[in-house]
Design a protein around this ligand. Structure first.
Ligand code: FES
Length: 616
């Protein structure tokens, strides 16, 4: 006797069924494949029932009708994943669940229900969580593709990854969440088709980072009325100073609980993370900036969870006061300490200078002077001023670097603009990186650049006097990196131009298929931009080329920081140089095996309904 499978009992009343075969034919054949309405369905006759399942194995699409069924367990013959033939659920969860279709057998006809799931949204969310928990990139990719195809924005999946990452890694914020946030930051600059791919990379990084890690149990705020913000900030810094992560976390949680503005929380974090020099090679401050950006995307609901996940890293971080390079042969820390003593006066003088400039401008407008522009003594609109300071930053005299930074502040340069100039100098270390260096030296240049960018973004968000110390730290790291530009690689020349810059984007892709194309790629990007090529097109192309690689954490950070710096400088020569820098960095790390992209492609094709390995 032939009967239908159990799912039909629950759903038959609501569904619309499609006739696909005669029951007697299925029974006689044991297994057969039918094509209907874009679906390829394997029908199995097993234990007197007919079961219908998507014929494409959810793992990589191998035809399941070529598998075997025993005791209601269907085994795919490619990688031997096993599935419950009735529900499609996988026993080997790396293969993902298959889709089983409810079956109804009436008067000898087999009908299957193709109605999409009613709970598709909840189901995809659950699959994403499963993917994160089990570290299944394929499941993550499928879920993200389905969610975005259904018109759900990227924020929901981002939030899911963020919540997961801060909860399931005892040491808190790390590489995975940084990649995840970088991807979210890059999203607006990517082609629409690359956005789910970016999300997939970020979420997969979170899953990798949390794999095998114990969970993190957040520390609760102080009971009752918390102390005022300044007290909490002071305690927080004291506790970080003595590497007491628990005490510090409680202060931060209390500050969040008290309802202070995110700007104040940023101030509290940036103060502590710059109380010592260039801690953890710049990562701690960069992570702080990323956590605040994650908060921007996700909203403030879980501010405590996100921000307190940083604290462990602060308490554990290596401090450059303890490193030889920052102490000998020149004591950079002593130079910085002297500069920091002068900082309050320099910042104040700069504010006065800007106020005077503003007053002067109003006066001139009032008197209808023909002279409509007036700036402070230091203007980032003045190329010569910027170039002069950059030359000093790339120079050989750390004391002069500190002196000129202070002087720029006194003359009225805003702290954010000064941080932008320092980030530009850091990018030039990469744009002029000599490829004869040791390969690991790329990271040395990279760390300074992303740190400098984070200081810049932090000062735009929360212009605290304490964070200004980060500008000086970045400047000293640039000084220490001077050996990377001996001799400096040549920057692309403005006079090198072509008529059709867009054609260079195709060549860029080709160049990145080959190793050792650093200088060629840098020149190509420079030529493209100097020829009037659309920077947005270049940025989306770089994003796409980065996403096709199994690139490491730094390549992603580099591109995201360069895009932020480009937004600051735009078509100024500095904007061109930061994109040249990140393109060179990408070239140095390309090509890779591209296995992550392969997983994504499989997921995309399966999700689209493509037939993968079936014969016609
Ligand atoms: S187990 Fe079926 S394709 Fe891999």
């Amino acid at each position: 006797m032939v009967s239908s499978t159990s799912p039909v009992q629950k759903t038959v009343q609501k569904k619309s069924f499609v006739q696909v075969a005669q029951a007697s034919d299925v029974q006689a054949a044991g297994v057969m494949v039918v094509q209907t309405k874009g679906h390829s369905i394997a029908l199995f006759y097993h234990q007197e029932k007919i079961h219908a399942i998507d014929n494409r194995c959810p793992h990589m699409g191998f035809p399941l009708h070529k598998g075997s069924v025993k005791d209601c367990v269907l085994t795919c013959h490619w990688h031997h994943a096993r599935f419950d033939v009735t529900s499609g659920g996988a026993f080997d969860i790396w293969a993902d669940d298959g889709r089983a279709f409810p079956v109804d057998v009436r008067e000898g006809s087999v009908r299957v229900d193709l109605t999409p799931r009613e709970d598709a949204e909840d189901y995809q969310h659950k699959r994403l969580v499963d993917g994160l928990e089990q570290g299944l990139s394929l499941v993550i990719a499928k879920s993200v593709i389905a969610q975005l195809a259904a018109g759900k924005g990227a924020t929901a999946a981002f939030q899911t990854g963020l919540d997961f990452g801060i909860r399931y890694r005892r040491d808190g914020w790390g590489v995975g969440l940084t990649i995840h946030t970088c991807m979210m930051q890059l999203m607006p600059y990517l082609n629409t088709t690359d956005r789910p791919r970016a999300l997939y990379h970020g979420l997969s990084a979170v899953a990798r980072d949390c794999a095998g890690e114990p969970p993190r149990f957040a520390i609760q705020p102080l009971p009752e009325t918390p102390a005022n913000f300044q007290t909490l900030k002071g305690w927080f810094r004291q506790f970080i100073e003595v590497r007491d992560a628990q005490g510090a976390e409680r202060c931060l949680a209390s500050a969040v609980e008290s309802g202070v503005e995110v700007t104040q929380l940023a101030d509290m974090l940036f103060a502590a993370v710059t109380d010592h020099r260039f801690i953890d090679g710049g990562h701690a401050l960069d992570f702080t900036n990323k956590a605040l950006e994650a908060l921007d995307h996700a909203g403030g609901e879980n501010a405590a969870g996100i921000l307190t996940s940083l604290v462990h890293g602060y308490a554990q971080a290596e401090r450059m006061e303890e490193s030889n390079a920052w102490r000998y042969p020149i004591d950079l820390v002593a130079i910085l300490d002297r500069a920091f003593e002068a900082l309050p006066e320099a910042i104040l003088a700069g504010r006065d200078n800007r106020e005077n400039a503003k007053r002067e401008r109003v006066k001139k407008e009032h008197t209808k002077s023909l002279e409509t522009t007036f700036s402070t003594n230091f203007s980032t609109n003045n190329d010569a001023t910027v170039e002069q300071l950059v030359a000093i930053l790339l120079g050989e005299d750390p004391a002069a670097i500190a002196t000129h930074l202070l002087e720029a502040l006194r003359q009225g340069c805003t702290t954010a603009d000064l941080a932008g100039i320092v980030a530009y100098a850091a990018a030039l270390r990469i744009a002029q990186f000599q490829t004869n260096n040791d390969f690991s030296d790329w990271d040395t240049a990279h760390h300074t650049f992303t740190f400098a960018n984070a200081v810049h973004q932090g000062l735009k968000r929360s212009p605290s006097d304490e964070l200004v110390r980060g500008i000086f730290d970045a400047a000293m790291a640039i000084y220490l990196n001077r050996f990377l530009n001996v001799p400096p690689a040549r920057l692309p020349k403005p006079e090198n131009q072509v008529d059709k810059p867009d054609e260079l984007l195709h060549e860029l892709s080709e160049q990145l298929n080959r190793q050792q194309r650093v200088n060629a790629v840098g020149n190509l990007v420079g030529t493209y931009l100097y020829s009037g090529g659309d920077p947005a097109g270049l940025i989306s192309a770089l994003g796409q080329l980065m996403l096709r690689e199994d690139r490491d954490f730094h390549v992603i950070q580099s591109l995201e920081a360069a895009v932020q710096q480009y937004q600051h400088w735009q078509n100024h020569q500095a904007g061109i140089h930061v994109l040249v820098a990140t393109a060179r960095y990408l070239a140095a790390h390309s090509p890779t095996m591209r296995s992550q992209g392969q997983t994504y492609e499989i997921a995309a094709r399966l999700q689209k309904g493509d037939r993968m390995y079936e014969e016609d």
